[in-house]
Ligand binder design. Structure first.
Ligand code: KIV
Ligand code: ZN
Length: 511
């Protein structure tokens, strides 16, 4: 009989701290819904005290999820705890997640607190949190570099004050698997408790060991693992939840512990995240990378054809990488599209399906076959875009010839008013961006410009991702179109809209 492992997803909090991974409110709600469909047990929706935008997204996610616990992070102080509680108290299953550093380095240099003061703060603030919410988690930040006997005292205090989950983060990705397992086992064995509590781990990937350390901790008795989809997160990221889930499934014989994740939803979830943050899944990424189930060597191909298990330890279908069973084209109807959207993990309202359907018809006149990736690009384009302050109406670009430099004419709606501009540039993309800057009166720095073909073939849609920044605020924008110049203009306008939105919300994440 296997134990149940609790999966705590922090894609929308620690994951969003990853450079370039900011999501808008609508995108966070869609991700939260998908994570619930995936079957994560706890979803950390944000860090409410960090910005008004974070508070609002946590509050709205708390109102949407039905089965999944919704957590908000809070520092160990009364104001943070009250703010977090105000945002999650409407959830069906709320969880307050408090953290305070316990390593000598952090206590002395960052907190400027003595160990006794840290214990006092844990006691006081967890008591306050537990009086508000029956479900309280405490994280000892930088636990892996803390004195184990002091950590035992901290957890003893936290449990007596009302915490029911005790988290052991490897905040800076310093731990090594064998050593971390011993550390976790020591803490679990020594921490006194009169009621049942859960020990959890939260590993960062600075040395590429986040998944290995998490799994070693499971062997040592941890029964909650924290991580993110695709391992996105602060610096080199967090432990990748899809890798942990599949390791526990494939090697259930070894771990004797299973999560409640619906593994067939793994691929749709990773794809959705990748589209939303505009970062492609690396080809060789375990589980969801394009090469994860591709067999190139003849001997391997031969083996797999004779018996799949010769070179595959899990099936592509088990992680939701279904073959394209429903192929959409010119003659497909709304029902086929709705079913396709469901298999891709999108639960859309009727009017949103209509918007995507319009896009499918437009594409079908220009492309022979519509791929899953096209549909996903359309969903992002038509449904998840932030309400636009600027909207591209028309674009006409001329490449250079001997006498005339590249020229772009742009018609744009800005705050309800139609504006036009023609500009020269160093190339057609530069000319397009120049025109958009003139029309909007903005002068952001272009930090990144990336083009990907969404599918194969010369009729493929091009997907452009740009990152821009102005006055220390940065934003990512995406655009997809069969015409790469138009996709570039859409991405640039999308980034300007997101920048404007962030400025309205007060600058986004501050922690
Ligand atoms: O890495 C870390 O220590 C954290 C805590 C706030 C849980 O993210
Ligand atoms: Zn972290």
């Amino acid at each position: 009989m296997c134990d149940r492992l609790i999966i705590f997803d922090t894609t929308l909090r620690d994951g969003e701290q990853s450079p370039g991974a900011t999501m808008n409110l609508q995108e966070k709600i869609s991700m939260a819904r998908q994570l619930e469909t995936l079957g994560v047990d706890v979803l950390e929706a944000g860090f409410t005290a960090s910005s008004p935008g974070d508070f609002e997204s946590v509050r709205q996610i708390a109102g949407v999820l039905k089965k999944t616990q919704v957590a908000s992070l809070a520092r160990c102080n009364r104001e943070d705890v009250d703010t977090a509680w105000a945002a999650i108290k409407g959830a069906l299953h709320p969880r307050l997640h408090l953290f305070l550093a316990t390593s000598p380095l952090h206590m002395r240099h960052k907190l400027c607190k003595t160990p006794e003061e840290v214990l006092e703060s844990v006691d006081l603030n967890i008591r306050h949190a537990a009086a508000l919410c029956p479900n309280v988690e405490f994280s000892a930040e930088d636990a892996s570099r803390s004195d184990p006997d002091f950590l035992v005292r901290v957890f003893d205090t936290a449990i007596k004050a009302g915490a029911s989950t005790l988290n052991i983060p490897d905040t800076v990705g310093y731990a090594q698997p064998g050593e971390f397992a011993e550390f976790v086992r020591y803490i679990i064995e020594r921490t006194p408790r009169e009621r049942e509590v859960v020990f959890s781990v939260h590993c960062h990937n600075d040395l590429g060991l986040a998944v290995a350390n998490s799994l070693a901790a499971v062997r040592a008795g941890a029964r909650q693992v924290e991580g993110t989809i695709s391992g996105i997160g602060e610096r080199a990221g967090n432990a990748s939840l899809e890798e942990i889930t599949m390791a526990l499934r494939v090697r259930a014989d070894y771990y004797g512990c299973l999560p409640g994740v619906v593994t067939e939803q793994i691929y749709p979830t990773c794809r959705m995240l990748s589209r939303i943050i505009g970062q492609p899944i690396p080809l060789n990424k375990p589980i969801c990378g394009d090469n994860a189930f591709a067999h190139e060597a003849g001997i391997h191909q031969d083996g797999v054809m004779k018996k799949r298990e010769t070179y595959e330890i899990m099936s592509a279908e088990s992680v939701g990488r279904s073959s394209n069973l429903i192929i959409l084209g010119k003659h497909s109807g709304r029902n086929a599209l709705r079913r396709k959207l469901e298999t891709l993990g999108y639960e859309l309202e009727e009017k949103e399906v209509d918007l995507v359907f319009e896009g499918v018809k437009y594409l079908a006149d220009r492309k022979e076959e519509i791929f899953d990736e096209d549909i996903e690009a359309l969903v992002l384009e038509k449904v998840y875009r932030v309400p636009d302050r600027y909207r591209l109406i028309s674009l006409s670009v001329q490449s250079s010839d001997a006498a005339i430099p590249p020229t772009a004419a742009v018609v744009l709606e800005a705050r309800g008013e139609e504006r036009r501009q023609v500009s020269f540039g160093d190339g057609p993309i530069d000319a397009t961006f120049q025109s958009i800057c003139q029309v909007t009166g903005r002068r952001p720095k272009l930090e990144k410009y990336q083009v990907n073909a969404i599918t194969e073939g010369t009729d493929a849609q091009g997907e452009v991702t740009v990152r821009i920044s102005e006055n220390s605020v940065s934003a990512v924008g995406r655009g997809a179109h069969v015409d790469i110049l138009r996709a570039s203009a859409l991405a640039f306008v999308n980034a300007l809209n997101r920048l404007a939105k962030k400025e309205e919300e007060g600058g986004g994440q501050t922690w």
